[in-house]
Design a protein around this ligand. Structure first.
Ligand SMILES: [Zn+2]
Length: 121
């Protein structure tokens, strides 16, 4: 990491000679390794910006994972991308008390129907 920021500063210094008054923000290069094709995609971001943990592989367009040192970061998909269950969605629309009421209604209906079927049979 140290040599990368040094390289970035050197680039900035050279550019200042030809483009007066333009101050370049420091850049940092991040490597993303693709789990699908195993190749590395290098991306340059502003050193102040936080690099995303995943980037699109430039070779095969699958998800490539940010490398920190020689290891890919562990991406935690649990918070943002957890699919909601039907139960979660149900609870967003109705309270549990309402659901129990509906269930009770339904059970009574089924019991009544079973009763009539028995009588009919
Ligand atoms: Zn790839």
């Amino acid at each position: 990491m140290a040599d990368r920021s040094l390289r970035g500063m050197r680039l900035g210094a050279q550019s200042l000679q030809s483009e007066e008054g333009v101050v370049f923000s420091p850049r940092a290069t991040y490597t993303y390794r693709c789990a699908t094709c195993g190749r590395d995609t290098d991306m340059v971001f502003s050193a102040e910006a936080e690099a995303p943990e995943a980037w699109e592989c430039k070779f095969c367009s699958h998800e490539a994972t940010l490398m920190v040192g020689s290891e890919p970061v562990v991406i935690d998909h649990s918070d943002a991308k957890t699919p909601r269950s039907h139960w979660d969605m149900l609870l967003e629309r109705r309270t549990r008390a309402e659901l129990e009421e509906l269930l009770e209604e339904r059970l009574q209906y089924l019991r009544a129907r079973r009763g009539t079927q028995k009588i009919g049979a």
